[in-house]
Ligand binder design. Structure first.
Ligand code: HEM
Length: 228
């Protein structure tokens, strides 16, 4: 991709996310379908919990399932840009829905932990945060997701301005890395699943770093051309 194409693609990416050309009728149904479909795993695991079908340790299964879905949605959200660059398939329009699904699942995961697991006992929660580093790292990930979720709407994008909004939303990479680390830290042995998620997050982060460098070079090139 040449320099001006790289910048053009960047702008197109941003427009596609936030103001995109008017979607046709059936396309307008996709986002609601993603929100509804995306909450099915959480709704299903709550149903299994309330109907006593989660085995010997239902609370742990409930907690873990919600955490896992939060991480899955974070990974899917991060994969949208690389997917577009590599295959041309543009799902940028749906990134907001995927991001909010990650947040909803993470919030439910945290609520289950605070309420059902710890009984809202502030002292026990504080002890856990201090004593179990994976809780601290999970908390870091969740804290980052809060402002991102609160600003995932068109009004906030307009209020903050595109550049500030984009800068703020880059924190999602740290949230994803912290979530993957949280998963690795809480396992006692070395099962493959947390390592697979960490590997995917690392690849997606590396992709973004390379992409940023390429865009920086492209911008510098355009500025040099304009100055010449
Ligand atoms: C973005 C935020 C977070 C994500 C993506 C996340 C993700 C996960 C994942 C993937 C698991 C393991 C699931 C499995 O084993 O299949 C997990 C477990 C767990 N997480 Fe989180 N988590 C987050 C935040 C938090 C926070 C803030 C807390 C507590 C304050 C927390 C507490 C726990 C606990 C207690 C477990 C279960 C540990 C056990 O089984 O002993 N998580 N989380």
């Amino acid at each position: 991709m040449n320099q001006s194409n790289a910048i053009g693609a960047d702008r197109a990416n941003y427009r596609a996310t936030h103001s995109a050309g008017r979607p046709i009728a059936w396309q307008r149904l996709i986002s609601p379908a993603i929100y509804i479909g995306g909450m099915v795993p959480a709704a299903w695991v709550f149903y299994l919990a309330f109907t006593d079908q989660l085995g010997a340790d239902p609370l742990n299964v409930l907690e873990r399932t919600l955490g896992l879905w939060a991480l899955r949605y974070l990974v899917i959200g991060l994969a949208i840009t690389p997917l577009r660059r590599i295959t041309g398939l543009n799902l940028v329009r749906y990134r907001r829905a995927i991001g909010l699904l990650a947040f909803f699942n993470a919030a439910l995961h945290v609520i289950v932990y605070l309420w059902l697991d710890q009984g809202l006992d502030a002292a026990a929660i504080w002890n856990d945060i201090v004593k179990r580093p994976y809780i601290t790292v999970g908390l870091l990930a969740f804290t980052i997701l809060i402002p991102l979720a609160l600003t995932s709407n068109t009004a906030m994008i307009k209020r903050l301005g595109a550049a500030t909004w984009q800068k703020l939303h880059r924190w999602v990479y740290l949230a994803a890395a912290a979530s993957a680390l949280h998963f690795i830290m809480l396992v006692k042995a070395w099962p493959p699943e947390p390592l697979i998620y960490a590997g995917i997050v690392a690849i997606l982060l590396a992709f973004r770093v390379v992409d940023w460098q390429r865009k920086r070079k492209a911008r510098a090139g355009v500025q040099r051309q304009l100055a010449a």
